[in-house]
Ligand binder design. Structure first.
Ligand SMILES: [Fe+2]
Length: 466
């Protein structure tokens, strides 16, 4: 039996979020899964999210929202493609079948349809349906979180913010998980560059729930984007015990911590975080967020001139099984970093070839639609940079730089590609590219003053008489 604190059939009905099932146990497990999703913490006393996904099916095998939350969570994790994973494809079909053959609420029907659309890679339409739910049911936290994740994967920054601000007034402090709205809103604010407001809202969230790892994460972003390296380091150090138990986000928060250290040029300390936290957590979880972070950190260190070849090799077995996934361009690009870093020319070529195939017939898959105009040029730029063809890398990256936001992720995450363009331009044998490097550095310095990393690059440019 699940803990009594979770909401039963009546409690959900009273909140105008009716769940069509006669099983109170199923309703409570649904709440338990939602809670773990929102708090980024697998609660082992509940069996974690995976355990709850099994028990919810035992409690009521035909519970549509049980299927929606289980299948939806696997899909938004972006670690599996229905194209390759028949079990996941069949779970989507089962969700749709149950939704169409039972007398359920319009809200539940929309949820099932949104999961189906997301499984086809149609992120925009899935988000539209989650928003449709929120117009009628602004306290439907599953719809809000799924939309939040969907917008994140599309780099839809304004929507990330507005989606939450639209529903805020409907939430009251007594409602379960109320404080977590602060973290969601704060993230939208910071991705739309409203840093002071973002920090204020995140701190409000932390005052209510100090172990809200997503609020901690927002503050980490604010310090990152404002170049407040020492403040960021201090904040991570003093809050570490609050968020390190949030197993689904801790790796990413450690990644933010390591970014400050790279800024400072303290590569040894950044590598220490990689070895002690990121690599260990990534290998244990296999979660996409952890995987892209490990790749991103090594790639940044490599651009700074640190030798990480051995670590790329250690990472390779974790990345290789995903090179044909093509669920998001953002993931693909990070897998490619690992393949190139480990010197796997064959697998790199295979990843790119697979992506080209997806781009030829993208259908309704939004990521595959963007592969041709954005994803493939960035992938090719990584390959050319790795070959030492720096000028070619600039020619591929520069025209798409203002569309890079569309591959999803945060500004901080995508900065790896901004840095790559600068490095490629500085190393290019074309005078025009080296002049471009100076322009890009001026732009970077203007946007984020007090960045030691930018200062180092500017000094190098001067030394090279660029
Ligand atoms: Fe982040």
């Amino acid at each position: 039996m699940i803990a009594s604190g979770f909401r039963d059939c009546k409690a959900w009905r009273d909140e105008h979020l009716t769940l069509t099932t006669s099983s109170n146990e199923a309703c409570k497990i649904y709440d338990a899964i939602l809670t773990q999703y929102v708090t980024w913490r697998n609660d082992e006393t509940l069996g974690g999210i995976a355990g709850c996904m099994s028990t919810i099916k035992e409690a009521d095998p035909n519970f549509v929202m049980g299927h929606v939350i289980s299948t939806g969570l696997e899909l938004v994790g972006t670690g599996s493609s229905v194209r390759l994973n028949e079990r996941l494809a069949s779970a989507v079909r089962r969700t749709v079948e149950l939704a169409t053959t039972q007398d359920i609420t319009p809200r539940e029907r929309l949820h099932a349809r949104a999961v189906e659309l997301f499984s086809h890679g149609n992120f925009p339409k899935a988000c539209n349906l989650w928003e449709e739910i929120l117009v009628e049911h602004p306290t439907d936290l599953l719809a809000l979180k799924f939309a939040h994740d969907g917008y994140f994967y599309m780099g839809a920054q304004t929507q990330l913010r507005d989606s939450v601000s639209r529903v805020l007034s409907h939430w009251k402090p007594h409602m379960p998980l109320f404080s977590y709205l602060k973290g969601l809103y704060s993230f939208g604010l910071l991705e739309t560059h409203l840093y002071d407001q973002a920090e204020k809202v995140a701190k409000e969230g932390l005052a209510l729930t100090r172990d809200d790892a997503w609020c901690v994460h927002s503050v980490a972003h604010v310090h990152e984007m404002k170049g407040e390296v020492d403040k960021g380091l201090k904040f991570m150090e003093t809050t570490e015990t609050d968020w390190q138990g949030c197993d689904m986000l801790a790796c990413h928060n450690y990644w933010h911590w390591a970014l400050y250290l790279i800024e400072k040029g303290d590569y040894e300390a950044a590598l220490d975080i990689f070895d002690k936290q990121l690599f260990r957590r990534c290998r244990a979880s296999g979660a996409m967020l952890d995987m892209v972070d490990t790749c991103s950190l090594l790639y940044r260190l490599e651009m700074e001139g640190v030798c990480v070849e051995e670590r790329w090799r250690e990472l390779l077995p974790v990345m290789l099984p995903h090179t044909d996934d093509h669920v998001t361009l953002f993931n693909d690009l990070h897998f490619l970093m690992a393949l190139l870093g480990a010197g796997e020319a064959g697998a790199s070529g295979q990843l790119l070839e697979g992506l080209r195939e997806m781009a030829e017939e993208p259908g309704e898959n939004y990521q595959h639609q963007l592969a041709g105009p954005i994803g493939i040029p960035i992938c090719e730029a990584l390959v050319e940079y790795n070959r030492g063809n720096y000028g070619r890398a600039v020619e591929l990256l520069n025209p798409v730089r203002y569309r890079m936001v569309e591959i999803g992720g945060s500004d901080a995450q995508r900065d790896v590609f901004g840095q790559l363009l600068i490095h490629a331009a500085m190393k290019s044998d074309k005078t025009h590219h080296r002049k471009l490097a100076r322009c890009l550095l001026a732009e970077r310095d203007a946007l984020k003053a007090n960045s030691p990393l930018t200062d180092r690059l500017i000094q190098r440019a001067h030394a090279l008489h660029i």
